[in-house]
Design a protein around this ligand. Structure first.
Ligand SMILES: Nc1ncnc2c1ncn2[C@@H]1O[C@H](COP(=O)(O)OP(=O)(O)OP(=O)(O)O)[C@@H](O)[C@H]1O
Length: 245
């Protein structure tokens, strides 16, 4: 899997200035990429362009040398969008039902639920779950599409810091075992440093910047207290607020 984004620009119909301007990125199989930037800098817009929900004004997005189209990637939007009238299992099976050609069985999905700490909740409804559990259901639904590239729009933004830590460790273990490629939006700079191989910084009226994290893997969760990670976080903060790094 290779994703190549070249010279990408997009302006919303009612806007004067482009939200995404001349973005270039190459992503290789198995990379974990985070996208950071202040609110309104265009992170969700970039993800929607990669999913094919929006279509660019200029430039191109190629997945394995083919222009990307809707349905090529797994996408977890900012709101979990679980259907309240469907059980956990039925929510997760939704893309399988829509794709029809998927061979994933209910039994295999049950195994994934176990891995996500949701065993016994197959028949529960979304309103009977905690925030972290809903996020895991929503993540599994994106994962189960079988796509190599997963786009996650701020999946842990609404969680308390302890649940968030658990979810990060969980996500890293799934990512390591599944060898998926992940594009991850976050406002949390510590989270970006902890999880990623590379961080992309979007800033209005500036070219997109790329920061290589360079921390060894596997990463224990207390790596966030090491001077290397703290320095990196500080550097990102300065870049975001326009101070000289
Ligand atoms: N459907 C839309 N129509 C018009 N403008 C939009 C639409 N969606 C987003 N925008 C505008 O595009 C800009 C970028 O929005 P986007 O949601 O991509 O930013 P973001 O960096 O993801 O923000 P946040 O961190 O708050 O989620 C904002 O100015 C926003 O108002």
């Amino acid at each position: 899997m290779t994703l190549i984004i070249k010279n990408l620009s997009y302006t919303y119909p009612n806007h004067k200035k482009p939200t995404i301007s001349e973005v270039h990125v190459t992503v290789k199989k198995g990379e974990f990429i985070s996208l950071i930037g202040k609110s309104g800098s265009g992170k969700s817009t970039l993800l929607k362009l990669i999913t094919g929900i929006l279509y660019q004004d200029a430039g191109d997005i190629k997945l394995n040398d083919r222009s990307i189209t809707l349905g090529d990637v797994g996408y977890m939007p900012q709101q979990d969008l679980l259907l309240p009238w469907r059980t956990v299992l039925e929510n997760i099976m939704l893309p399988v039902e829509i794709q029809k050609n998927s061979h994933l069985t209910r039994e295999e999905v049950r195994k994934w639920l176990e891995r996500a700490g949701l065993a016994g909740y197959e028949q529960a409804y979304p309103n009977q779950l905690s925030g972290g559990m809903r996020q895991r259901v929503s993540f599994l639904r994106a994962m189960i599409t079988g796509k190599d590239l997963l786009l996650l729009d701020e999946p842990f933004g609404a969680l308390d810091s302890f649940t968030k830590k658990e979810m990060q460790t969980w996500l890293l273990s799934i990512w390591r075992d599944s060898k998926k490629t992940i594009f991850f939006i976050t406002h949390d700079l510590e989270e970006a440093c902890y999880l990623s191989d590379r961080i992309l910084l979007l800033k209005p009226d500036h070219p997109m910047e790329e920061i290589v994290v360079g921390l060894p893997r596997p990463r224990p969760s207390d790596i966030v207290y090491t001077s290397k990670l703290v320095e990196l976080r500080h550097k990102l903060e300065k870049k975001m607020t326009d101070e000289k790094p």
